[in-house]
Design a protein around this ligand. Structure first.
Ligand SMILES: Nc1ncnc2c1ncn2[C@@H]1O[C@H](COP(=O)(O)OP(=O)(O)OP(=O)(O)O)[C@@H](O)[C@H]1O
Ligand SMILES: [Mg+2]
Length: 268
């Protein structure tokens, strides 16, 4: 076993096979008072490779959350192809882990109970899952907070608990909608570092929505820029910065150049 594999094994449950995502000409218009409104998504075409970290960037209202909700199975597209792991998305499923800006922990459950909630609800709470949950709590640095309730945790700790709750389901793809948008700058940097380390170990496919150019350049293998509302794929930019990446990389010239390329696409 290589060092990386040993680390991955010690870190807890690797996600099952990372999953690819395929979107072809995805369109969505929400109706307002039973009348069709303006399109929210006007033809999004995109492939996310298995194990890839893809950032979705675009101006407010261009349909980023709508696209993520379609992938999560919370909203249905009007037309187009939406495949996750080669299968059409027909509704929510634990093969896709979803993380929002607010970590929606159940306030009446402890960290440990929150993490085990999904497997328990599905009748899949085996001793192996419990062991994995233990390891995951170590990974996210919450072993000591296992019996704490959400209101007893800091913002960053709640996010990490929400991560553990999603990862225990071994999702093939993580869908994240501005997960760190509401955090203060120091906690956000800590969470970005944490996410990079986690992804480096597990290589789960990630679709990460942000409107922060710096965050997109730091995290993404590629950045998909959506056009101004209604959103369509404007361009996809390769971020050719070496991995593993660290927060300190934001000070390099290569990083500044990557940000400039993203901005150019955003502004054109
Ligand atoms: N449930 C809904 N019902 C009606 N209209 C909706 C609904 N959800 C989103 N929309 C509309 O779809 C468009 C895209 O919204 P969406 O939330 O996907 O944008 P976004 O890119 O995530 O924006 P932001 O960066 O501000 O989060 C907007 O015009 C919004 O008003
Ligand atoms: Mg949004």
């Amino acid at each position: 076993m290589s060092t990386t594999e040993t680390e991955a094994a010690a870190a807890g449950p690797a996600a099952d096979e990372p999953t690819g995502v395929r979107l072809r000409d995805v369109r969505k218009t929400f109706s307002r008072r039973r009348r069709p409104g303006r399109p929210a998504l006007d033809g999004v075409t995109l492939d996310v490779r298995p194990g890839e970290f893809l950032c979705l960037l675009g101006p407010s209202g261009c349909g980023k959350s709508t696209l993520l909700n379609i992938l999560a199975g919370f909203t249905a597209a009007d037309s187009g192809e939406v495949l996750v792991g080669g299968r059409p998305v027909t509704g929510p499923g634990h093969d896709r882990g979803v993380l929002f800006q607010t970590p929606n922990l159940f306030p009446w459950l402890t960290t440990w109970q929150n993490v085990l909630y999904g497997p328990k609800a599905r009748g899949a709470l085996t001793p192996r899952v419990r062991e994995e949950a233990e390891r995951l709590l170590e990974t996210v640095g919450l072993a000591d907070a296992r019996d704490a309730y959400p209101h007893e945790l800091s913002g960053g700790m709640r996010h990490r608990a929400a991560f553990a709750r999603v990862l225990v389901n071994r999702p093939g793809v993580l869908l994240m909608d501005e997960p760190f948008g509401a955090l203060d700058a120091i906690t956000r940097a800590a969470m970005q570092r944490f996410l990079l380390e986690l992804w480096q170990r597990h290589r789960t496919t990630i679709v990460f929505v942000t409107h922060d150019v710096e965050e997109a350049a730091l995290l993404g293998d590629r950045v998909c820029v959506l056009s101004a509302p209604p959103g369509g794929t404007k361009d996809v930019i390769d971020i050719e910065l070496p991995r593993p990446r660290a927060y300190e990389d934001t000070e390099t010239l290569a990083f500044v150049n990557a940000k400039r390329r993203i901005r150019e696409v955003l502004e054109r």
